[in-house]
Design a protein around this ligand. Structure first.
Ligand SMILES: Nc1ncnc2c1ncn2[C@@H]1O[C@H](COP(=O)(O)OP(=O)(O)OP(=O)(O)O)[C@@H](O)[C@H]1O
Ligand SMILES: [Mg+2]
Length: 281
C-alpha cells in the first residue's frame, strides 16, 4: 500500500516548482529564445547554463560606458547549485545616447543587408537607433566569437540578443570584477609578464588580419595573473579598412606609452613592425 503522506509530499514538491516565477529584477533565461548564430562557439564551456528552467537575476551595474552599460547577471536553475553562473551583460544604448567617436571610421566597408533597416538608420528613427545599437552588439559578439575560436584571451561569448551581449564574467564567484590593467598595482616583473601576454594577443589578432582598434589599459582586464582583452565592437580589418594600419599603429602606441611610463621596455614602432610581419604570414 502506498503511504498517503509520501504522495502528499511529492505533490507539494511539484507544486513548489510550478510556483517558480521571475521576481523583481528577474526574467526567464533568454537562452531558449536565441538561434544557433546568436550562441557562442562550440564546444560550449561546461559552465554555460542552457537549461530552460533557469532564471536570469540582475545583480547590479558593473560600469556605465560611452556606448553601452555592463551589468552583472546571474543565470541559475533554482534549487540546483551546480547550474549557477555569473555573466557580464553588455547592453548597447540607442545611437542618441552614445558618442559618435567610433562610428564612421570603423564601419567603412560594412553594409546593411536589410533595406528597411538601412532606411531607418538613415532617418535616425527610434527603430533606426535600435538597429544601430543591435548592429554594434552583433559586431562585438562576432568579433568575440572569432577571437575566441583563434585562441585569443577574450571572455567567452555566450549569446547575443538584440542590443544585449551575454559573456563570461571575468572576476570572482562573489561578483567582484577583475580590475582593468590601468588600475592594477604590480611589480616590474609582473608588468613585463602582462606586456608579453598583450603582445601575444595582439599577434593573434594581427595574424588573423585584424587590429583591436581601441586597445588601451582600460580594455584589458587582469584576472589571476592572466590578461583578457574586452570591448571589441570596432575590431578593424587591416586590409579592407583604409585606416586599418593607422589604427593598429595607434594600438601599439597606446600600449607602449603606458608600459614605457612604468619602465617596461617597449618600442611602439618595433611592435608595429612585428605585428605587420605577423599579419602577412
Ligand atoms: N566580461 C567582463 N567581465 C568583467 N567586467 C567586464 C566585462 N566586460 C566589461 N566589463 C567591465 O565593464 C567595463 C566597460 O566594458 P567595455 O569596455 O566593454 O564597454 P564600453 O561601453 O566600451 O566602456 P568604455 O566606454 O568605458 O570603454 C570594463 O572596463 C570592465 O570594467
Ligand atoms: Mg571600453
Amino acid at each position: 500500500m502506498t503511504d498517503p503522506l509520501a504522495s502528499f509530499d511529492a505533490l507539494e514538491l511539484s507544486l513548489s516548482f510550478a510556483d517558480v516565477e521571475p521576481g523583481e529584477g528577474q526574467r526567464w533565461t533568454t537562452w531558449p529564445t536565441t538561434i544557433p548564430t546568436q550562441r557562442g562557439p562550440h564546444p560550449l564551456p561546461d559552465w554555460v547554463v542552457t537549461d530552460a528552467g533557469a532564471l536570469d537575476t540582475e545583480l547590479g551595474i558593473l560600469k556605465t560606458g560611452k556606448e553601452a552599460d555592463v551589468f552583472l547577471l546571474e543565470r541559475a536553475v533554482p534549487g540546483d547549485p551546480a547550474q549557477r553562473t555569473l555573466l557580464a551583460a553588455k547592453r548597447y544604448r540607442g545611437e542618441q545616447n552614445r558618442s559618435f567617436h567610433r562610428s564612421a571610421m570603423y564601419t567603412e566597408g560594412r553594409s546593411t543587408q536589410n533595406s528597411r533597416d538601412a532606411r531607418a538608420l538613415a532617418k535616425k528613427s527610434s527603430h533606426g537607433r535600435e538597429v544601430a545599437a543591435s548592429a554594434w552588439s552583433i559586431a562585438e559578439f562576432d568579433a568575440l566569437t572569432r577571437m575566441w575560436e583563434l585562441g585569443a584571451p577574450v571572455p567567452y561569448p555566450v549569446q547575443v540578443n538584440g542590443t544585449e551581449i551575454l559573456m563570461e564574467f571575468v572576476g570572482d564567484d562573489a561578483g567582484t570584477a577583475a580590475p582593468r590593467l590601468a588600475q592594477v598595482r604590480a611589480s616590474g616583473e609582473e608588468l613585463a609578464g602582462y606586456y608579453g601576454q598583450i603582445v601575444d594577443l595582439m599577434r593573434i589578432f594581427a595574424a588573423a588580419g585584424f587590429a583591436h582598434g581601441d586597445l588601451s589599459p582600460y580594455n584589458l582586464l587582469v584576472h589571476e595573473g592572466r590578461v583578457r582583452v574586452i570591448d571589441l565592437p570596432q575590431i578593424v580589418d587591416l586590409i579592407a579598412n583604409p585606416q586599418g594600419l593607422d589604427l593598429l599603429h595607434r594600438d601599439c602606441v597606446n600600449v607602449c606609452d603606458w608600459f614605457t611610463r612604468r619602465r617596461v621596455e617597449c618600442d611602439a614602432e618595433e611592435l608595429f613592425a612585428e605585428l605587420l610581419a605577423a599579419s602577412y604570414t
